[in-house]
Design a protein around this ligand. Structure first.
Ligand SMILES: [Zn+2]
Length: 122
């Protein structure tokens, strides 16, 4: 597990990354709250159910996700999938993340590119 837990006062810096992460997974397969809490924990985000469920409800209210109740044996759970609007929002967000990524990692990327062209020239 990555040691990425940040100081609470820096939480706002990452708050947008969490719904993006949720949207990404919901575009791949149906997701549910506890599973997403685990998934985000794996990536270094610690979310309580008290934050995850309102987030999912809010994303559904905004039309990004659509939920359905499912039953597996005696367990009932609410699963969420990305809507077409959610997928569209995700693809715009991916471009923005890519843009930010290239800026944040400008040095790394140009060093790697230089290395690659040196190797090509032999
Ligand atoms: Zn993930």
């Amino acid at each position: 597990m990555p040691r990425l837990y940040s100081a609470p006062e820096h939480r706002a810096l990452y708050s947008g990354l969490i719904p993006l992460h949720v949207l990404y997974h919901a575009s791949k397969e149906p997701i549910f709250g506890l599973e997403m809490i685990e998934e985000l924990r794996r990536h270094g985000y610690r979310l309580s159910p008290g934050r995850m469920y309102p987030l999912l409800h809010g994303m559904e209210r905004k039309g990004l996700l659509k939920s359905a109740e499912t039953t597996a044996g005696r367990n009932r759970r609410r699963v969420y999938r990305a809507t077409p609007a959610g997928r569209a929002a995700l693809s715009v967000a991916k471009e923005r993340v890519q843009e930010l990524f290239s800026e944040l990692f400008e040095d790394v990327i140009s060093a790697a590119a230089k290395g690659a062209s040196r190797r090509r020239r032999g």
